[in-house]
Design a protein around this ligand. Structure first.
Ligand code: HEC
Length: 146
């Protein structure tokens, strides 16, 4: 019996040591994982403004957003064309464009999300990722008339 007790004690101590090792390893893994995650977010935030060579600095309606809309949307959604080909939606004037921003359809349509028809209509593919990013950035700043 005394022998068995000794083995049991040794076993308990051994088990405790293993437990401590496991919990130390888990803590270490958690620290490493947390570290990696914060790195990941730092890098993503740093990269975002120039993601994939896309220049999203100093975006205004006039300098970046309008030229994109002009090239890809006015064929149907200009003041002149809206009635005939754009279902009456005219994104040429600020007020009308802002209305499409505020009802959420401008972004949904160009990002091909549910809740709006995919735009530009007639094209099977989305707009260039950089163009979408530029419009998103402008919208995220409150879609100013600048
Ligand atoms: C070839 C013509 C055409 C082009 C180009 C086009 N649209 Fe449209 N758009 C339409 C038509 C037609 C509708 C009406 C809804 C439908 O038929 O799908 C529409 C609807 C919309 C709507 C409302 C969507 C809804 O579900 O209510 C938005 C917003 C829109 N277009 C934005 C754009 C933007 C931004 C572009 C450029 C990136 C663009 N459209 C390019 C024809 C066009």
């Amino acid at each position: 019996m005394p022998g068995l007790l000794r083995i049991n004690n040794a076993g308990i101590i051994f088990a405790k040591q293993i437990k401590m090792k496991i919990s130390k390893t888990i803590s270490l893994l958690m620290i490493v994982f947390a570290g990696l995650q914060s790195c990941y977010y730092d890098v993503e935030e740093e990269l975002y403004p120039s993601s994939g060579g896309c220049d999203t600095a100093n975006i205004t309606l006039a300098n970046k957003v309008k030229p994109i809309l002009q090239g890809q949307c006015y064929a149907c959604h200009s003041a002149a064309n809206a009635g005939a080909t754009g279902a009456g939606i005219n994104v040429e004037t600020y007020t009308n464009l802002k209305a499409q921003v505020d009802n959420g359809k401008l972004l949904k349509s160009i990002k091909h999300e549910s809740g709006a028809s995919a735009m530009p209509k007639g094209s099977s593919s989305k707009m260039d990722a950089c163009e979408i990013m530029i419009i998103e950035k402008w919208v995220s700043k409150g879609a100013p008339n600048n």
